[in-house]
Design a protein around this ligand. Sequence first.
Ligand SMILES: Nc1nc2c(ncn2[C@@H]2O[C@H](COP(=O)(O)OP(=O)(O)OP(=O)(O)O)[C@@H](O)[C@H]2O)c(=O)[nH]1
Ligand SMILES: [Mg+2]
Length: 195
Amino acid sequence: MIFPNLKFMRSAAEAHQLTPDTGREIAFAGRSNAGKSTAINAITQRAGLARVSRTPGRTQLINFFEVTPDRRLVDLPGYGFAKVPETVRTRWLTLMEHYFNARESLVGMVLIVDGRRGLGAQDVAMLEWVLARDRQAHILLTKADKLNRREALRVLEETRAACSDTAVTAQLFSAHAKQGLDEARSVMERWLTET
Ligand SMILES: Nc1nc2c(ncn2[C@@H]2O[C@H](COP(=O)(O)OP(=O)(O)OP(=O)(O)O)[C@@H](O)[C@H]2O)c(=O)[nH]1
Ligand SMILES: [Mg+2]
């Protein structure tokens, strides 16, 4: 296990509440309900650490978790939910723009994509955001337990093809079936340690 001392640090609803921008951090982004919090819990083997929401779009906060004093995991609020007021959407955009524009310690983004849906327009926009800032990105095609072998391979191929002009990598993942955990961990370990 590479996250033995993981602990919750704080939630931020506004830019001034972000943790100090030092060291390195990895952000988990994705559509609401894609499985971000579940993926963080599975990868870190800490059930219930990042809250799993029953109502999509509930996590409108940036949640910071400390790996070691200068290494963090960040659970970003999801996007793409239909039933939220315009004010909530605007607040999301303001907070996320601030985060991506300012955050020096962000080394990479793990993009959580529901394997049954594949990459959507907003996922592509997120990837473009991090790539424009010269950060790394890795896609987890999650809920793979809901796909048969042929469907899983097809979405993996399509995703890799969509990213073929970039250094973005992609893998199949399932928190429920514990599929792809080590592959995801090794990418994250590399990002948090490489010089
Ligand atoms: N079958 C299956 N369901 C999953 C998997 N991962 C997550 N889920 C389910 O998907 C739903 C959403 O999971 P969350 O982890 O709360 O998703 P989220 O992306 O954090 O959602 P927001 O915080 O609202 O943006 C929950 O009902 C999970 O149980 C998986 O690997 N397989
Ligand atoms: Mg969540």
